[in-house]
Every structure is written in structure tokens, then in C-alpha cells.
Design a protein around this ligand. Structure first.
Ligand code: ZN
Length: 188
């Protein structure tokens, strides 16, 4: 099966208006207990995530659904070829960050929806999240370090927020500098 298309804010120096509209929208909760459509959307997101060897995480709006579902690796972050067993990734439905700990730390992030760039983003080093799991059970989980960063990045997607909305320094190929400076640093 071909990879499911991941929406992007731009491509080759051109803004994607329609895809941006979906990526920028605040996503809706799934009904609990899940109905048929919710189960279908959940299966689609997991399948799309597992198809991408280059994804650390994927949020439903990235494949065109404004639904509050995220999937992300919980280990093997540096491997392109990871095992993809059920226990190697987490799926959170309707996630809410209920607690943060520590001073925010800056780190470089990329995103499949923001091709060609990396942005320095400040995140909390430890968070507690309340959500539902794949089976629709209520869960509460604590994430630390790089994993906490991934979870905050994915939850941002559900709010229509992307790495380009963070204030930090960005890195892009030099031949696109003009495009990105105009796009990301408006008003400066
Ligand atoms: Zn992303």
C-alpha cells in the first residue's frame, strides 16, 4: 500500500493553502466510548504512522482528520528501521497535559508537515498527560526528556500549532532562506 500523504504547510517554496487550513484547525475529541467512525479514524492514523519509517510521531490532522489522536514511538528514536511492535509506540486519544515540571528546555525539532526546516523549540522536560488508550480506557501517563518533547509536539498539532509558531531560531537550506524568512519572520 502506498504511504498515506502527510499534509504540509508548504512544498518546494510554495505555501499549501488548503493543507494549511486543516493543519491550523483545532481538532475535535473522539466520542467515548468510541463509535464506528472513531474506531475507523483511530485505525487509519495508526496505519499511516506505521507506514512512515521516518516518523517519530504523527497526529491525525497531519493526514487530514481534525480529530484528537496522536501516535508516537516511545523508544528507538534514532532508528529508521524500528520494530513497530505494539509496545514500541503509544497512542493517545483526547490527550490533555495536566501537569508540567521543571524549566523549559530548548531543543531542535523537525516535523513532516514543515519540510526542509528545523526549529529550536522550548518544551517542558517532564509532563503528565491524561488521555484514553487504543481500547478506549482512561489512562494517565508521565513522560520525561525527549519523549516528553515528542508528546508536546504532537499535542500541539491538535491545537493547530506547529514548530514554526515557536519563537526559536530556525534552520533551512540556504537557497530557501528568503522564502522562509518571509513566511516565518513576518513583522520583523
Ligand atoms: Zn509535527
Amino acid at each position: 500500500m502506498p504511504d498515506r500523504k502527510v499534509l504540509t504547510l508548504w512544498n518546494e517554496g510554495t505555501v499549501n493553502e488548503e493543507q494549511t487550513r486543516i493543519l491550523r484547525k483545532v481538532s475535535e475529541d473522539l466520542p467515548i466510548p468510541f463509535d464506528g467512525q472513531a474506531r475507523k479514524d483511530l485505525a487509519t492514523l495508526i496505519e499511516a504512522f506505521l507506514q512512515r519509517d521516518d516518523a517519530l510521531g504523527l497526529a491525525a490532522p497531519q493526514i487530514g482528520y481534525n480529530r484528537r489522536i496522536v501516535a508516537f514511538r516511545n523508544k528507538n528514536f534514532d532508528e529508521r528501521d524500528w520494530s513497530k511492535r505494539d509496545k514500541d509506540f503509544d497512542v493517545l486519544i483526547n490527550p490533555r497535559i495536566t501537569q508540567t515540571r521543571g524549566e523549559m528546555e530548548t531543543g531542535e525539532e523537525g516535523c513532516l508537515s514543515c519540510p526542509e526546516i528545523k526549529v529550536e523549540v522550548a518544551r517542558f522536560p517532564e509532563i503528565k498527560v491524561r488521555a484514553y488508550d487504543r481500547a478506549g480506557r482512561k489512562i494517565s501517563k508521565r513522560y520525561e526528556g525527549f519523549l516528553a518533547r515528542i508528546v508536546q509536539h504532537e499535542i500541539d498539532h491538535l491545537e493547530g500549532k506547529l514548530i514554526v509558531d515557536h519563537e526559536g531560531t530556525f534552520y533551512c537550506p540556504s537557497n530557501r532562506l528568503e522564502f522562509f524568512e518571509k513566511l516565518l519572520r513576518k513583522g520583523q
